[in-house]
Design a protein around this ligand. Structure first.
Ligand SMILES: C[S@@+](CC[C@H](N)C(=O)[O-])C[C@H]1O[C@@H](n2cnc3c(N)ncnc32)[C@H](O)[C@@H]1O
Length: 719
């Protein structure tokens, strides 16, 4: 793996001290270790992390395979709470060593259901530096496939506990311009069902303002929503990922970054205009190229006053990093011709070639480069901690304009208390240097004005992914509208009553996604702010792909009749609103029977459980399995699941993959009907001598799973 222009280009930029150059190149040629993060809100993640640390790691320590010592997985030192891990063992160890095989199988199952996120170590960094809190309004400008969005959501849900979800007052809006990839985002975030989540499908460089009512309301006047935290993980040339994407060695060109610079700058500037005073932006790329990194930051700071690069060197001190560059030379051609300035470059061109040139002034370091504190940007290199290459910069918008006239030259400011500021009558401050308050009024369109075209009504229930729905204009946007149900709606009232959900439940925030606006198949819950946004904006102009989380689904039952049941993902959300006496308690033996059979008969269960269930009406109930160790099965925390009583039998209402992962975690193998069928066909195949059918050889390798996890589909639910 060689590319002489790559070497020459980065040597010219002096990104690495001369004496580290060989180590840097050697590391780039090594395959990347496998890294993963235990996902989910804080307590859920910690509980699963305990399983990794206490159940698996001890058996993976001091292993020898074919005469060679195999290093055990280790925690990534800088990741909070030890929730991120890395290991570097050959595939044949994962396939053949019994302990690693078991561990690998656990990782594959948990990754498929989204409890573990396979994510590059460096890609975990930007959300950490944003330090999101549950009240923050957060925007992820270029979010798909969503591994960082998941981290933002986890931080928003820091107050959740293992069995119940909070309803944060803040929001995460995840956006991507690629419509297909926005659906990956939805899957990726489905393991942390959040009423505070929205997904939009917009060009981040031209994002419309999002309108919300004034607080307190001022008639029908709306204001622009400003965000406390914005992530700009922009599209980039990606040469920091060469260890994983080896094809980049061959196709890399020094000009790759030049073309992306302008889009990256436009996205960052748009984010700056949407940021609240005192708010923070993390700008990141997986590129080493200063044209995509420091040059973008410098141009943004010079383009929009009132921002500072903040010094985050004291955060995550165990992360080895280098300072941002303060000098760089943009390449004007593939042959690596450099000019000291844009002006000298222009002088070298004929009139005609000047017109055709794609180079722009902001490719070069600006005259005031030394005053911008670009050394506060962070560069992460592969040889420092065996990672990919990465760039992160954290910008903060000043609470108050600087009297010095150079807000970006101020020292470190605290991001401490971030209040959303009113947008009314803010001073515009011009060339005298005091920050011009352009944040809330800019050239982009508003999303509040409704479109005149009507949405054709379909008598189908939900708008399935990809289902054509003719919408206004010719935008190609095909999503069903959002309609909030009245809390008096019969379906809502019956559903809440049947589950004994108490009156403090925010039933005013239940919405449906179908053209008739009726409770057809699914009911979603949002928080208050999402509701305000939906009610104050045209969802088609916002290109709103999803909002809130689906918590109830219609169930057709022969004996129980038709009605809404709480979905597996809805359980944590409704749990705080259900009194303990309405929840059935059972032991792991009951769980085993529910897992092993498809709708087992009541007579299969122990007397106590059977008698309790016999008194219950047909339909949806919630069962709790208390934490503890019984019959060799260890439940580290209470497990709460929905069941469906149909006549004299019971069904466990969680999807097949989640069920299999849970079974593996609790019982050591997949005892579900699906698991039993798989095991049976493997035994048959082995008997026939088909060696390739052994489970692990047939299962996907962890590395082959996309860096976005679950495909949890309600169609998978039994019943
Ligand atoms: C580096 S990837 C983002 C990775 C993501 N943040 C994650 O952690 O999973 C860049 C994303 O930007 C999207 N993108 C490209 N141009 C865009 C634009 N103008 N507006 C919004 N998103 C854009 C791409 O579709 C791609 O998904």
């Amino acid at each position: 793996m060689n590319n002489s222009r790559f070497e020459l280009y980065y040597k010219t930029q002096a990104i690495i001290p001369e004496d580290q150059w060989d180590a840097f190149l050697d590391a780039l040629r090594e395959p990347l270790p496998t890294t993963f993060r235990v996902a989910g809100s804080r307590q859920v993640a910690r509980a699963l992390n305990d399983v990794v640390r206490d159940t698996y790691i001890p058996n993976l320590t001091d292993l020898v395979f074919e005469g060679e010592a195999v290093p055990p997985p280790k925690q990534i030192p800088w990741y909070p709470d030890g929730l991120a891990w890395q290991f570097n063992v050959p595939k044949k160890v994962l396939r053949k060593n019994p302990e690693f095989k078991k561990f690998h199988s656990f990782l594959v199952y948990e990754t498929e259901v989204g409890n573990i996120s396979r994510q590059e170590a460096v890609s975990m960094l930007p959300p950490l530096f944003l330090q999101v809190e549950p009240h923050h309004k957060v925007m992820d400008m270029c979010a798909a496939p969503g591994s960082k969005t998941a981290q933002l959501l986890e931080a928003l849900h820091a107050d959740d506990d293992v069995n119940s979800s909070s309803i944060p007052s803040g929001i995460v809006v995840a956006n991507d311009t690629d419509a297909k990839r926005t659906h990956l985002l939805i899957h990726q975030s489905s393991r942390l069902p959040s009423p505070s989540f929205m997904v939009t499908n917009l060009d981040a460089s031209n994002m419309p303002n999002i309108k919300v009512p004034h607080d307190p309301p001022r008639g029908s006047n709306l204001r622009n929503l400003v965000f406390d935290r914005i992530l700009c993980d922009v599209p980039c040339s990606g040469d920091g990922t060469m260890r994983k994407n080896v094809a980049i060695w061959k196709r890399w060109s020094p000009l790759d970054g030049n073309g992306l610079h302008s889009l990256q700058l436009r996205i960052l500037k748009r984010a700056m205009r949407m940021l609240a005073k005192g708010g923070r932006i993390a700008y990141s790329t997986c590129s080493l190229n200063p044209v995509e990194n420091e040059a973008v930051i410098a141009a943004a700071l010079n383009g929009i006053p009132g921002f500072t690069l903040i010094d985050v060197s004291s955060l995550y001190p165990q992360l080895s990093r280098k300072a941002g560059l303060t000098r760089w030379k943009p390449p004007v051609d593939k042959e690596l011709t450099f000019f000291d300035s844009y002006e000298s470059y222009l002088e070298s061109l004929s009139e005609e070639r000047r017109k055709m040139s794609k180079m722009v002034k902001t490719h070069w370091p600006p005259d005031n480069v030394d005053g911008l504190c670009l050394d506060r940007c962070m560069r992460v290199y592969p040889h420092l901690q065996d990672t990919g290459g990465f760039f992160v910069a954290v910008l903060e918008r000043a609470e108050f304009p600087s009297a010095s006239g150079h807000p970006h030259r101020e020292g470190k400011r605290s991001a401490g208390h971030l209040e959303e500021t009113s947008t009314a009558k803010k001073p515009r401050i011009g060339d005298d240097g005091v920050a011009e308050d352009i944040m809330d009024q800019d050239e982009s369109v508003d999303a509040s004005a409704s479109t005149s075209a009507s949405v054709p009504v379909s008598d189908q229930g939900e708008c399935a992914e990809g289902e054509p729905r003719e919408n206004a204009g010719d935008t190609g946007f095909r999503e069903a509208p959002y309609t909030y149900l009245s809390p008096d709606n019969t379906s809502v009232v019956t559903c809440l009553q049947k589950l004994n959900i108490n009156s403090s439940f925010p039933s005013q925030n239940l919405l449906v996604r179908n053209p008739s606006g009726e409770a057809a198949r699914s009911i979603y819950l949002t928080n208050d702010l999402v509701r305000k946004i939906i009610e104050s904006n045209d969802y088609m102009k916002l290109r709103l792909v999803t909002a809130g989380t689906k918590i109830f689904g219609r169930q057709e039952g022969k004996t129980a009749g038709s009605g809404f049941r709480v979905l597996g993902d809805g359980i944590p959300v409704v749990m705080p609103y259900i009194a303990d006496e309405h929840i059935v308690t059972a032991d792991v033996e009951v769980l085993r029977i529910l897992m092993e059979g498809y709708y087992p008969l009541l007579s299969a269960f122990n007397e106590e459980f059977r008698e309790t269930l016999e008194t219950k009406s047909p339909g949806n109930h919630i069962v709790r399995f208390p934490a503890g160790n019984r019959d060799g099965v260890n439940l580290s925390h209470d497990l709460v699941v929905p069941i469906w009583k149909s006549g004299m039998s019971l069904g466990l209402m969680i999807d097949k993959k989640t069920k299999s992962a849970l079974s593996l975690r609790l019982f050591g193998n997949d005892i579900t009907t699906v698991g039993q069928q798989k095991a049976k066909s493997q035994t048959e195949n082995q008997a026939k001598g088909h060696q390739a059918e052994t489970p692990v050889e047939h299962a996907p390798m962890l590395d082959e799973l996309r860096e976005s996890t679950p495909v949890i589909d309600d169609k998978d639910v039994l019943g």
